[in-house]
Design a protein. Structure first.
Length: 264
């Protein structure tokens, strides 16, 4: 007489003999938690608080000195908040999510895990974007509300522009952190030298400016007159998408070469 037994699966687990399922999501929760712990600790955490505090304090000072002046609001947000503070925050976040791990060699332990390399790059990029959104885009929108209220869609327009600029900056700076140990220098050169200096004097240079791409979107939302963006919306949106996708993809690809170098 044969003994027929039925295998009962454990709640929430696979049946006996079945292979564990791999998550199809490119976001790895473990990578996200570890990255947040590294990024928001030590001195970086203080910078993430100091820079948005500076944006809000200056906004309060301008509101007190000039009253409700929408032109002052737009000028302040476009020339200081978007053009200076946001790139710095994105540089700290984009390089900080992976640069320290590469410098101290701890990235080897992460690459040794059975996690697709592009999952690692996407997870770290999302952490960087989330930090720039919370500590950059939200304070910029709050500064707009403090100075001009909801007038002319200024707060919404600059919030959207800051988020889009943050995405592009973080993708670019993450890639720089993977391919070079001097990512901070190259990032500062791009944000401050290329976008702010060369872009103002060399015709066509602003076409390759993340800041200008974001302002092109903001310009379509805000009803108050803005400094005219140097690129059209038809160029800005595809450029942001292409830079973000290619930078995150190539960062994941370069992580493969890092794992091979570590094994050798």
């Amino acid at each position: 007489m044969s003994d027929t037994r039925t295998t009962v699966p454990l709640a929430g687990g696979p049946t006996a003999g079945s292979a564990p399922r791999r998550s199809m999501s490119p976001i790895n929760p473990v990578v996200v938690r570890l990255t947040l712990r590294v990024l928001l600790g030590r001195r970086r955490g203080l910078l993430f608080l100091a820079l948005p505090a500076l944006v809000l304090l200056l906004a309060l000072a301008l509101r007190w000195a000039a009253g409700v002046d929408h032109i002052v609001t737009v000028s302040y947000l476009s020339t200081f908040a978007i053009a200076t503070v946001l790139p710095l925050l994105a540089l700290i976040a984009g390089t900080g999510v992976i640069g320290p791990e590469i410098d101290d060699g701890s990235i080897v332990y992460l690459l040794a895990k059975p996690v697709p390399r592009w999952h690692i790059s996407v997870s770290k990029l999302l952490v960087a974007i989330g930090c720039v959104t919370v500590f950059g885009a939200v304070p910029i929108a709050a500064a707009a509300l403090l100075m001009s209220g909801t007038y002319g869609g200024i707060a919404i327009g600059f919030f959207v522009g800051a988020v889009l600029a943050g995405i592009g900056y973080c993708a670019l700076f993450l890639l720089l952190a993977v391919v070079s140990r001097h990512a901070v220098v190259f990032g500062l050169t791009y944000a401050l030298l290329w976008e702010s200096l060369i872009g103002n004097f060399v015709p066509g240079a602003q076409t390759l400016s993340i800041q200008q791409w974001a302002l092109a979107v903001t310009e379509r939302i805000v009803t108050v007159e803005l400094p005219t963006a140097s690129v059209s919306l038809r160029v800005a949106v595809p450029a942001l998408v292409i830079v973000t996708v290619l930078a995150s993809w190539y960062a994941g690809r370069r992580l493969r070469s890092l794992s091979l170098a570590a094994e050798e």
